[in-house]
Ligand binder design. Structure first.
Ligand SMILES: Nc1ncnc2c1ncn2[C@@H]1O[C@H](COP(=O)(O)OP(=O)(O)OP(=O)(O)O)[C@@H](O)[C@H]1O
Ligand SMILES: [Mg+2]
Length: 293
C-alpha cells in the first residue's frame, strides 16, 4: 500500500504507468480511504490500464467486468443454476426429498464478476469498465456494492466482502453516469497528456523508438490534437503509431511516411481527408522547427 502520493506515483511508474500528479493523488486517496475510483475521460488515455497496473503493483488478482448494453445482474453478479435445480428436482421426484428452500442455497448459485470480487479471500482489483455502455438501471444495482461492499441476494441474504476490493470504474462519457454512483466514488478526469508526459510514456512503452523520433511523434500528435477533428488520437494511438513507424524503419517523420500511416492515428475518413496534405505538411514543419531549435 503506498504511503504517499509520491510513493504511489513511483509505484505506478515502476510498472510503466506515467501518471500526472492529480491522478496519483486520486489513486492514493482511493486506496487509503477505500473508496471506488471513478475515471472518466478521452478514449485511449489509460483509464483501463490503471486498474491493470494497480493489480500488478499491489499484487492482487484483477476481476474485470466489461459493461455493454443489456448487461444485467445475472451476467454481472450472480445467477441461479436452473439446470442444476431442475436436475435435483428430478432426482427428488425419484425418491429423495428436496424442499424449495434448498433450491436457493449456495450450491445452486453461480457467482459472476461482482460476487466473485466480494468473496475472494485476498481483495482483488475490481474493474467495472465502460460503465456508460450499460443501461442506466444497471447503475442502481451497483449502489449497494459501491457504498458498503456488499450484495443482497433476495433468496439468500447479504454477502459482504471480508476485505473491500479495490474498485476502478471507467466511463468514456457517451452519457452521464448517475450522481448516486459518482457520489460514492472519488472522481478523476483523464485527459490527453502534455508533451513531456507523452514523451515519458513513449520512452517507457516503446523504448525502441529513438529520442529524436519519439520527440517528433509526440510533437506531431500534440499538434494533431489542436485540429478540430471528429476523433482525436489518444495515447494508445501514439504508442501504436510509434510501433508502426519502427516496423517501417523510419528514423524521422517525413511526409510520405505520415501519409501512408495516418490510418494508425485516425479512424474516420473525414478526419484523414482533413489532415492529409497541407495540414500534415504544416504540422511536420512545426515539428521540424521545434525539434531542430
Ligand atoms: N499514463 C500512461 N502511462 C503509460 N501507458 C499508458 C498511459 N496511458 C495510456 N497508456 C497506454 O495506452 C494504451 C491505452 O490505454 P487504456 O486502454 O487504458 O485506455 P482507455 O482510457 O481505457 O481507453 P478506452 O476508453 O478506449 O477504453 C495502453 O496500451 C496503455 O498501456
Ligand atoms: Mg478502456
Amino acid at each position: 500500500m503506498p504511503s504517499s502520493i509520491d510513493d504511489c506515483a513511483a509505484g505506478l511508474l515502476a510498472h510503466d504507468y506515467v501518471a500526472e500528479r492529480e491522478l496519483a493523488c486520486a489513486v492514493f486517496l482511493a486506496l487509503r480511504l477505500q473508496r471506488p475510483l471513478f475515471l472518466e475521460g478521452e478514449p485511449g488515455t489509460g483509464k483501463t490500464e490503471i486498474a491493470k497496473t494497480l493489480a500488478a503493483l499491489l499484487d492482487r488478482p484483477l476481476i474485470r467486468l466489461q459493461c455493454y448494453e443489456g448487461l444485467d445482474m445475472a451476467s454481472a453478479a450472480y445467477e441461479w443454476n436452473y439446470a442444476r435445480q431442475m436436475l435435483e428436482i428430478q432426482a427428488a421426484k425419484e425418491g429423495q426429498r428436496l424442499s424449495s428452500d434448498e433450491l436457493f442455497t449456495r450450491r445452486f448459485l453461480i457467482p459472476r464478476a461482482l460476487l466473485q470480487a466480494l468473496e475472494m479471500p485476498g481483495p482483488p482489483v475490481l474493474l467495472i469498465d465502460e460503465l456508460d455502455r450499460a443501461d442506466e438501471p444497471f447503475e442502481a444495482f451497483l449502489l449497494e456494492l459501491l457504498s458498503d461492499f456488499q450484495l443482497t441476494i433476495p433468496e439468500l441474504g447479504t454477502v459482504s466482502a471480508a476485505a473491500p476490493p479495490i474498485v476502478v470504474i471507467t466511463s468514456n462519457r457517451t452519457r452521464e453516469i448517475h450522481d448516486a454512483v459518482k457520489r460514492r466514488c472519488l472522481y478523476h478526469w483523464v485527459g490527453f497528456p502534455d508533451a513531456a508526459r507523452e514523451l515519458a510514456i513513449l520512452q517507457r512503452r516503446v523504448p525502441g523508438a529513438g529520442e529524436a523520433l519519439a520527440r517528433q511523434i509526440v510533437g506531431f500528435i500534440q499538434g494533431l490534437r489542436g485540429i478540430d477533428l471528429y476523433k482525436l488520437p489518444g495515447i494508445a494511438e501514439t504508442i501504436e503509431w510509434s510501433r508502426a513507424l519502427l516496423e517501417l524503419n523510419a528514423l524521422v517523420l517525413d511526409p510520405e511516411t505520415v501519409h501512408m500511416t495516418l490510418g494508425v492515428l485516425l479512424k474516420y475518413q473525414d478526419d484523414i481527408a482533413k489532415v492529409q496534405g497541407s495540414e500534415a505538411a504544416r504540422l511536420l514543419e512545426q515539428v521540424r522547427v521545434a525539434t531542430h531549435g
